[in-house]
Design a protein around this ligand. Sequence first.
Ligand SMILES: Cc1cc2nc3c(=O)[nH]c(=O)nc-3n(C[C@H](O)[C@H](O)[C@H](O)COP(=O)(O)O)c2cc1C
Length: 372
Amino acid sequence: MTSQLFTPLQLGAISLRHRVVMAPLTRMRAEAPHNALTDLAVEYYGQRASHGGLIITEASQVAPTGQGYPLTPGIYSPEQVAGWQKVVNKVHAAGGKIVLQLWHVGRLSHSSFQPGGALPLAPSAIAAKATGMTAQWEQVPYEQPRALDTNEIAGIVAAYRQGAQNALAAGFDGVEVHGANGYLIDQFLQDSTNKRTDAYGGSIENRTRFLLEVVDAVIGVWGADRVGVRLSPWGTHGDMHDSDPVTLFTHAIEALSARDIAYLHLIEPRSTAERMGLGVDAIPESALDLFRAKFDGPLIAAGGFERANAIAAVDGGKADAIAFGRYFISNPDLPKRLQLNAELNAYDRTTFYGGTAVGYTDYPALETAEAA
Ligand SMILES: Cc1cc2nc3c(=O)[nH]c(=O)nc-3n(C[C@H](O)[C@H](O)[C@H](O)COP(=O)(O)O)c2cc1C
């Protein structure tokens, strides 16, 4: 019997022919000075498009203040929209679907990216105990960010709204709000990074406010059935911690469920922690078991999946679709390889970020696999 992984799925208004999703993957190969994608990125995404398959793009900053790594693509300027438009056209020509991931890094930035060399923005003036990158590609400890004034927050929400509008103009099938991995929305959610005393801090309701304001703004542009949200409960990237993640994420996920968004996208916490060499003692085995029942809609799971556990997760009803990250970097035709149970190319992490076509568009596809 074929697995459900290779059967159609409806994500809100987005119809898929299979459930092998390309996870959002930052590659740091946009073009200076505009941070717009090039024809090489058009080729890269085109190689990874499959008939009726979903690509979630690399995270794209909604404003200059939202950038935290060199050469990540934005979605706030005409050059950026034009670059994305070419990507979208290529993916659509192959019969694929593509949603844009909307991003603001918050404190995980460096003043060298910020307009006027200002400090990065965050809910509270607490530095991440980790190293980040400067605009010159140097590894440095994160700076202490500047806490946003209450009256600045509406402007950030408006940047997400504009990013969503620009994504609509570029022809995407929808957008994913990046609420995961220690970036701005996650910094508002979790209490190690949010010490605010206004309406955006303190109680769980208040800490969830920014996420929901962003989601509602984006829904206002796209309609709920073309908006997904990515969260990473227990995620450790960016020096994150919450004192009560079950209550926090239950509240956030129930609020998203009530909005009837197209999908919820959860990152399995252990895979990230293990990948980063961190202890997993305090981290539950799976976020899916805890939160599946709180969300009344399609659930995409990501983190540490390969063929067997992806099939088990979907056929076992733990998730509706599986997003693959690193294996989609090294296997442009991953859905086909998984369906045929073909061997996967190994990935080379030294070429994940930055550089040229090497490790980007030169991973081979299967030649004659249909014969199998
Ligand atoms: C090179 C690289 C870039 C990534 N960029 C993003 C990103 O832009 N947005 C995001 O939400 N997650 C990002 N992630 C996390 C992946 O989407 C995914 O959750 C993670 O790689 C775990 O899945 P995997 O085990 O299939 O690789 C990135 C991961 C890698 C390895």
